[in-house]
Design a protein around this ligand. Structure first.
Ligand code: PAF
Length: 284
């Protein structure tokens, strides 16, 4: 695996790979990699000739009150893990090259970024779509993989890719969970032992929702009440939102209809750590 730091070098490499007729797969990350990230890497390896992974902790997607400074980093471990996966290129640019002084261009998707994560983290998606556009332009992928764990982010990227006519296929890979159900996240490292136990209420409440839906419940308000019951069992949990949305448009729903698919999404603070999780359901 070659580590590429400079934007110019990455441009040249990607340009040459395209000239050589190679299909470039791309997995953008903020590092501190776990099995969830590695599952995206494996998907990219399966579906392209060359896989590029980027590690860049993107400052524009963090609010001043958020965890940019303490966001976990371990470049050496990440490099070793990506080497083991036989990744071809690791793009690891400096902040000052991505956002030089005077940088003033942002990419903003409408509607879908205004709800849920967009309500709780007002400028977050603008930062995400801006950095992903920048990285797409540098890496020039044919194919890019995002995780369903950040379901709204994945839909926002799909919308941006389609609206801006990026000629890139976007794939969404399933959530990878710890054995006990906790969705993998770099932020799980912030949890102490008690919080780690309490964090299970996110997946437990989603499993309960899934079970109720399987048994025929179609009223989301009934399901939500029961999910809140699960969350309230954890002393350190503070609920931000529980919401059902149509899977494509992300418009909020109260009743599940036959033939449609939905996300049930949850955001919850466990102690000082904000976690998100979701469930994709198809109503037959
Ligand atoms: O999901 C992430 O890790 C980030 O939001 C992304 C897509 C790498 C953009 O910084």
């Amino acid at each position: 695996m070659k580590v590429v730091k400079s934007v110019k070098e990455m441009h040249l490499i990607s340009g040459q790979l395209r000239l050589d007729g190679k299909k470039i797969g791309f997995v953008p990350t903020m590092g501190y990699l776990h099995e969830g990230h590695l599952s995206l890497v494996r998907k990219s390896k399966e579906n392209s000739d060359i896989t590029v992974v980027s590690i860049f902790v993107n400052p524009t997607q963090f609010a001043p009150t958020e965890d940019l400074d303490k966001y976990p980093r371990d470049f050496e471990r990440d490099e070793m893990l990506l080497n083991q996966e036989n990744v071809d290129f690791l793009f690891y640019p400096d902040k000052d090259e991505i956002y030089p002084e005077g940088f003033s261009t942002f990419v903003e998707v409408g509607e879908i970024t205004k709800v849920l994560e967009g309500e709780s983290r007002p400028n977050h998606f603008k930062g995400v779509t801006t950095i992903v556009s920048i990285l797409f332009n540098i890496v020039k992928p044919h194919y890019s993989v995002f995780g369903q764990k950040d379901a709204q982010q994945a839909s926002v990227i799909r919308k941006m890719t389609s609206d801006l006519h990026f000629d890139i296929e976007i794939e969404i890979a399933p959530i990878v969970r710890e054995k006990d159900g906790l969705a993998m996240s770099s932020r799980n490292v912030y949890l102490n032992q008690k919080e780690r136990e309490d964090a299970l209420v996110l997946s437990k409440s989603l499993y309960l929702a899934e079970d109720l839906i399987k048994k025929g419940e179609r009223d989301f308000n009934v399901i939500k009440e029961k999910m809140i019951g699960v969350i309230s069992q954890a002393e350190t949990a503070y609920l931000d939102y529980i919401q059902a949305v149509e899977s494509d448009s992300f418009s909020k729903v109260n009743l599940f209809e036959k033939g449609k698919s939905y996300f049930v999404l949850i955001a919850c603070r466990i102690g000082r750590t904000r976690l998100i999780d979701n469930l994709l359901i198809q109503i037959n």
